[in-house]
Design a protein around this ligand. Structure first.
Ligand SMILES: [Fe+2]
Length: 217
């Protein structure tokens, strides 16, 4: 069982891998999928580049990928990975605070660090203010966190061995009703542009999982 005390007391935070290596297999796989989807969505954001305030020399897909990789890092600090309710709702802030505290060693204080930390802190916020941890409304949520938020939702809908690529169009429609398109209109445009690539990825991930589980049973 991992928690804040054990992670920091063990003195293992020398680099990002020290934290990521503590992920469970399912958290590692989920984070990988969200990172890849975030990067694919960001790759289609060239026309909206100016909205994101990316530091010179850094690319939006790279920041989005890194944010997706780290977005649930706060789950390492929950008393139990399956914790829900109030405890579960603390994980974005716990993860962001941890990264902020150690950003010197984790990100060498690079100027993009605050964007990754924003992704971690705000990936569960919702445009109508019903999200957590801060209940921010659309204009106050950093746009970069919106990419990860959509990728995270996408993963919850698309990743299942019971779902297959044939459902992709239907899932896009469901997703469309769950995001505030006015707030993240530019992100939504990117999702639509990237849709065939995203659906292709999930067809592969679901196929591999389905076959693996079937072969194991
Ligand atoms: Fe999360």
């Amino acid at each position: 069982m991992k928690n804040k005390v054990s992670i920091e007391r063990q003195g293992k935070i020398n680099n990002l891998d020290d934290l990521l290596n503590q992920f469970s297999i399912s958290l590692r796989c989920h984070s990988h999928r969200v990172a890849v989807c975030s990067a694919i969505i960001a790759e289609n954001a060239n026309a909206f580049k100016n909205f994101f305030d990316i530091p010179a020399g850094m690319s939006l897909p790279v920041v989005a990928h890194l944010g997706g990789t780290c977005h649930d890092i706060g789950k390492l600090m929950l008393p139990a990975l399956e914790a829900r309710g109030d405890e579960y709702m603390k994980h974005p802030a716990m993860g962001a605070d941890l990264l902020k505290k150690h950003k010197g060693v984790l990100f060498s204080n690079k100027p993009f660090a605050h964007m990754v930390i924003d992704i971690v802190r705000y990936h569960h916020e919702k445009a109508d203010g019903t999200g957590f941890p801060e209940g921010l409304r659309s204009g106050d949520i950093p746009l970069i966190a919106g990419i990860c938020s959509v990728a995270n939702k996408l993963d919850h809908h698309m990743y299942s061995r019971h779902k297959h690529s044939g459902d992709a169009a239907k899932i896009l429609k469901i997703l469309e009703t769950q995001v505030d398109k006015q707030f993240i209109e530019c992100i939504w445009v990117c999702v639509e542009r990237a849709w065939s690539r995203l659906a292709e990825r999930y067809a592969v991930w679901n196929h591999l999982t389905y076959n693996h589980n079937r072969n194991e049973s």
